[in-house]
Design a protein. Structure first.
Length: 370
C-alpha cells in the first residue's frame, strides 16, 4: 500500500473508531447535488494516475483521484472514448467522482450508463479494509455486482480508490441533424418512431427557446455508411460537426442557454421517465428540455411544484427529483434515491451496514439515515 493510500486508510480507521463522519471529495464539482454535505472532508486527489491501459483490450484502470479530463485526453490520443459521456460540471472532476455519482451524458439512452462500463473497483470499506471486486473483463461477477453497486452510490458504501473501465473506439461516422419548428409532441413522435428502426441514433435534445414551436437536434454515430444513409432517411438540416460539438458539450455540462435562463427561486428538476411517455401536463410551468429520446426531461420549477411533478412522473411510471437547488447555497430537496418499497429500503440499509457499519461515509448524502 503506497503512502497516500495508507494515510487515507489510517484516516478512515480513526474515523470509524471515533464515529466521525467523513465527506469523500474529489474535485467537488458535484457538491451541488443531493442533501446537505456533512463530515470532515476526505480528499481523494492524492490517489492519482493511470494504473494500466490496454488500447487493444479496450480496458483502462485509473486511480480514483485521477482528473477525468486527463483520462479522456489519454483515450482520445488512441482514438477511444468513454461512450457514456460523463458530465464534469466544472474543472477538477475525477474518475472516482464520475463512478460515485453515476451520471451520464447525452448518449446514455443509446450506449448505456456509467455502471455498464465499470469492470472492477478497489475500495476501502468502513473498517478501512482494502477490497477488490470485479476485474478487467465483463464476465467476472459472483454474488453482488459490487462494481456496479458503487456506481451512483455517492460514496455512501465506501471510498473508491481505483476503477477499471471498459472503453470503446470513437465511432468513424458522425452527423448532427436539426429539425426546426418542432413542438414537444412532434419531437417525441419522431424519436419514438426512429427508436424502432435500425438507425445509428446516438443522442437527442429538444428545447423550446421561447420563440416558435421548438427545436429538435439529434446526433448520429456509427459506421460512415450507416450515418450517411440515416441522414438521407431522416431529413432535417445537417450541421457542421465542428460547429455542433460545443453544443453537445454544453448540453452535457448544462451550460446551454436554456439552463442559464433558470429564474431565481426555481430549482432544476430531473424527470426520469419511460422513453415512450407522452408530453406531461404541467400547467403553469415552462416546457422542459428533453434528452435521451424522451426518457430524461429537465424542468425548471419552484419547490412548490414538487407534488405536481412527482405525481405527473409517477403516473407514467417515472420519478421526479431536484437536481440543482433553487439557490447556490441551497440543498436539493428530497432524497436522490426514491425508495417506495419498505422491502427495498431494508435491503439498501443492510448493504449500507455491511460496507460501512459505523455509518461514517457521506452520511445523509442521498437520504436521511444514509
Amino acid at each position: 500500500m503506497d503512502s497516500a493510500l495508507a494515510q487515507i486508510a489510517d484516516r478512515v480507521r480513526a474515523a470509524a473508531a471515533d464515529q466521525t463522519p467523513l465527506r469523500i471529495r474529489g474535485g467537488g464539482t458535484k457538491d451541488f447535488h443531493g442533501l446537505a454535505l456533512r463530515g470532515e472532508v476526505l480528499d481523494t486527489r492524492a490517489l492519482c494516475g493511470i494504473v494500466s491501459y490496454e488500447p487493444s483490450e479496450l480496458v483502462v484502470t485509473a486511480r480514483a483521484g485521477t482528473p477525468l479530463a486527463a483520462l479522456e485526453s489519454l483515450l482520445a490520443d488512441k482514438g477511444q472514448c468513454l461512450p457514456f459521456e460523463p458530465p464534469h460540471f466544472g474543472q477538477g472532476a475525477t474518475v472516482g467522482g464520475m463512478v460515485a455519482a453515476g451520471l451520464s451524458g447525452p448518449a446514455r439512452a443509446s450506449v448505456g450508463a456509467v455502471r455498464d462500463y465499470v469492470l472492477g473497483v478497489e475500495m476501502l470499506n468502513g473498517r478501512a479494509e482494502r477490497l477488490r471486486f470485479g476485474g478487467q473483463v465483463m464476465k467476472n461477477v459472483a454474488g453482488y455486482d459490487v462494481p456496479r453497486l458503487m456506481a451512483g452510490a455517492w460514496g455512501t458504501l465506501g471510498l473508491i480508490t481505483e476503477v477499471s473501465l471498459k472503453v470503446l473506439p470513437v465511432p468513424p461516422g458522425e452527423a448532427t441533424l436539426r429539425f426546426d419548428d418542432c413542438n414537444q409532441a412532434d419531437a417525441l413522435r419522431k424519436l419514438h418512431a426512429w427508436g424502432g428502426q435500425p438507425l445509428p441514433l446516438n443522442a437527442s435534445c429538444w428545447v423550446h427557446d421561447g420563440t416558435g414551436a421548438g427545436t429538435l437536434t439529434v446526433r448520429l454515430r456509427g459506421a460512415v455508411a450507416a450515418v450517411e444513409a440515416a441522414c438521407k432517411t431522416l431529413g432535417g438540416t445537417r450541421l457542421d460537426n465542428a460547429a455542433a460539438a460545443p453544443d453537445w458539450t454544453a448540453c452535457r455540462e448544462q451550460t446551454l442557454p436554456w439552463f442559464a435562463a433558470r429564474a431565481s427561486g426555481h430549482a432544476l428538476w430531473r424527470l426520469s421517465l419511460p422513453a415512450t411517455a407522452p408530453v406531461l401536463s404541467l400547467p403553469g410551468l415552462a416546457p422542459p428540455l428533453v434528452e435521451w429520446h424522451g426518457a430524461l426531461r429537465w424542468v425548471q420549477a419552484p419547490a412548490s411544484a414538487g407534488k405536481l411533478l412527482r405525481e405527473a412522473a409517477a403516473a407514467v411510471g417515472g420519478s421526479a427529483t431536484v437536481f440543482r437547488a433553487a439557490s447556490a447555497d441551497g440543498i436539493s430537496a428530497g432524497a436522490v434515491f426514491d425508495l417506495k418499497s419498505p422491502a427495498l429500503e431494508q435491503i439498501h440499509a443492510r448493504i449500507k451496514r455491511s460496507f460501512d457499519p459505523a455509518g461514517i461515509f457521506n452520511p445523509g448524502r442521498v437520504a436521511e439515515g444514509w
